[in-house]
Design a protein around this ligand. Structure first.
Ligand SMILES: CC(C)(COP(=O)(O)OP(=O)(O)OC[C@H]1O[C@@H](n2cnc3c(N)ncnc32)[C@H](O)[C@@H]1OP(=O)(O)O)[C@@H](O)C(=O)NCCC(=O)NCCSC(=O)c1cc(O)c2ccccc2c1O
Length: 147
C-alpha cells in the first residue's frame, strides 16, 4: 500500500474555541488545506485544470460530502500531521481520506468527496469524467484495490 501524502500544520489561536481546543470547523480547514497541498505536489491546482475538451471553461472540484470523527482534542500551537490518501476514484468523483495526528497519536479521521466538474459562470456545475492524467496522478495515493 502506498504511503499517504503528509503535511504538517500548527494549530493557531484563531483555530481554537473558548475551551482552548481546536474547533471542529478548523479540522475541515486543515483537511482541505492538506488536499490542496497534495494537488500542488502533483502539479495540479485547486484553481482548476485545463478542460480536456478544449475551450475556456474551468474544470474544478466542488465538494459533495465531508465528514470527520474527533477522538482527542488539539490545542493552540500543537503541530498536527495530516495524512491524505485517495480512498475511492469514481467516474467523476474522488474521495479523500484524512488522518490528523500529534506525535503519532490520532486526533481525528475524516473524508471528503469532490466531483470533477466543468464550471461555467451562472450555470450549475456539470460533472465530467476525471481526466485520465489526473486520475493517474491521484492513484499514487490510492489505498484500496481497484481504485
Ligand atoms: C457537484 C454536483 C454538480 C454534482 O451533481 P450531481 O450530484 O447531480 O451529479 P451525479 O449524481 O452525476 O454524481 C456525480 C458523482 O458524484 C458522486 N456523488 C454525488 N453526491 C455524492 C455524495 N453526497 N457523496 C459522495 N459522492 C457523491 C456520485 O456518486 C457520482 O460519482 P461518480 O464517481 O460515479 O461519477 C452537485 O452535486 C452540486 O452542485 N453540488 C453542490 C456543490 C457545492 O456547492 N458544494 C459546497 C461548496 S464547494 C467547496 O466548498 C469547494 C471547496 C474546495 O476546496 C474547492 C477546491 C477546488 C475547487 C472547488 C472547490 C469547492 O467548490
Amino acid at each position: 500500500m502506498p504511503a499517504p501524502f503528509r503535511t504538517r500544520r500548527m494549530v493557531e489561536f484563531a483555530d481554537t474555541d473558548m475551551a482552548g481546543i481546536m474547533h471542529f470547523s478548523a479540522f475541515f480547514r486543515f483537511m482541505e488545506g492538506a488536499e490542496h497541498a497534495l494537488l500542488r505536489s502533483l502539479g495540479l491546482s485547486v484553481y482548476g485544470i485545463d478542460d480536456p475538451a478544449g475551450g475556456d471553461a474551468v474544470i474544478s472540484f466542488p465538494r459533495v460530502g465531508a465528514s470527520c470523527d474527533f477522538s482527542s482534542p488539539a490545542r493552540c500551537e500543537d503541530q498536527l500531521d495530516i495524512d491524505v490518501s485517495v480512498k475511492k476514484l469514481g467516474r467523476s468523483s474522488v474521495t479523500y481520506g484524512f488522518r490528523l495526528s500529534r506525535d503519532g497519536d490520532e486526533l481525528a479521521a475524516g473524508q471528503m468527496t469532490s466531483v470533477c466538474c466543468r464550471m461555467r459562470t451562472g450555470q450549475k456545475p456539470e460533472p465530467i469524467p476525471l481526466p485520465d492524467d489526473v486520475a493517474s496522478l491521484l492513484r499514487r495515493y490510492a489505498v484500496t484495490d481497484g481504485v
